[in-house]
Design a protein around this ligand. Structure first.
Ligand code: PLP
Length: 385
């Protein structure tokens, strides 16, 4: 079988790889596995959303295709959600419902880029982004990671990386893996940089519900569609990761082009997902706000405990869901360090280098899974190695 060289050169899916290290291992009751690996909310969607979905199962329509871009009434609900949370909204025509943020990313990139185009990606990068770009034959131009920046991208550094082949600047806020939130004024500055070069600013805002205030004001600007694309996920917002719930938000023109890909790729977001999304947008603002506050408490506890516990790991940056830490072993890669943590501390996390080249000294910890009451004990594991 002749498999594409592009695909062969891409790293394996990091979470699958890391979880495979657990195969055949058992963890004792007095030292169970501590999972700092995957960024999933530890809670389920609320009972009323589950009930709503159960009731929908009697309707034969629930099992049918919808329009490629999603049902109009669902897109209207999503726009109303944006109006409340961003004080500005795309129109329903500027929105295509997708199979998670993951598929929104593929729609954006396939609609925007041709092979050999360049996309600027901030390090550390959410691994699926470079993996997808590599598969498309798009050149990933990395903006270097500055350990003193607390995970913030630097405008001047990124400006210097723009060439005639650049199609987009791709940023993630809040960042996976650093947790850093790009301040609204900086988002505007990145947008205006993109505008001045007639390229796109693409923001992956998968964790936007966990910021606690308006993430940015771009949707208030009439000119946003010319140079801005948002990759949205409602998977973390409404605890629906398994229903695969996301959206691509972009100009009418880009959405029209993206629908050509959507049709062949998936046709549409499944209707049950759309029903859950509309319900969440309409009724769950308070539920989301409460969970965001709980996640903030989890972060605060993580940070306090991590900084006061006696170990040799260094906190470089942290925020909603994530911490980016430096491990103490100069002679070990992130992979080797993460394996050592599995073996000696019964703790699982992601190696830095899965987030881009040169990041071997780092590890990503995701504490979305870990309750406040268990945090101190989880962090004590770092003392064991
Ligand atoms: C930054 C970022 N983008 C996209 C995704 C994928 O989101 P979805 O489950 O909506 O496809 C994740 C999932 O962890 C993520 O962290």
């Amino acid at each position: 079988m002749q498999v594409s060289e592009h695909i062969k050169n891409i790293q394996p899916p990091p979470i699958t790889e890391v979880k495979s290290w657990l195969n055949g291992r058992a963890f004792p009751i007095d030292k169970p596995l501590v999972d700092f690996c995957q960024a999933v909310p530890s809670y389920s969607p609320p009972a009323e959303l589950v009930e709503h979905l159960k009731n929908s199962l009697d309707d034969p329509l629930t099992f049918k295709y919808s329009p490629d871009e999603g049902l109009p009434e669902v897109r209207n609900e999503v726009c109303a959600w944006y109006q409340r949370h961003y004080q500005g909204s795309p129109t329903p025509e500027q929105l295509c419902l997708t199979i998670g943020a993951s598929q929104a990313f593929w729609l954006a990139m396939t609609s925007l880029c041709q092979p050999k185009d360049e996309v600027i990606v901030q390090l550390p990068a959410y691994f699926d982004h470079p993996m997808g770009l590599q598969a498309l034959g798009v050149k990933v131009v990395y903006a270097p990671f500055d350990p003193t920046s607390a995970g913030q991208p630097n405008l001047e550094t990124i400006a210097r990386l723009i060439t005639p082949k650049t199609k987009a600047i791709l940023l993630v806020t809040p960042s996976n893996p650093t947790g850093a939130v790009i301040p609204a004024a900086q988002v505007t500055a990145f947008f205006e940089l993109a505008q001045s070069h007639n390229i796109s600013l693409i923001l992956d805002e998968t964790y936007n519900a966990f910021i606690g205030n308006t993430p940015h004001q771009l949707f208030n600007r009439s000119d946003w569609p010319d140079n801005f694309i948002q990759i949205a996920s409602f998977g973390k917002t409404f605890a629906l990761t398994g229903l695969r719930c996301g959206a691509l938000i972009a100009s009418d023109e880009l959405i029209q082009q993206a629908l050509k890909i959507q049709d062949g790729m998936v046709v549409c977001q499944p209707r049950p997902t759309q029903l859950a999304l509309a319900f969440g947008c309409r009724y769950l603002d308070d539920w989301v706000a409460n969970n965001a506050a709980a996640m903030q408490l989890r972060h605060d506890r993580f940070k306090t405990d991590f900084l006061t516990a006696k170990h040799n790991f260094k906190l470089i940056a942290s925020g909603s869901f994530f911490a980016w830490v430096k491990h103490p072993w100069a002679d070990l890669t992130g992979r080797q360090a993460a394996k050592r943590l599995v073996e000696e501390a019964n703790l699982i996390c992601l190696p830095g280098e899965t987030f881009g080249p040169g990041l071997e000294p780092y590890l990503r910890l995701s504490f979305g899974n870990i309750q406040v009451a268990q945090m101190t004990e989880a962090i004590e594991r770092f003392q064991l190695v």
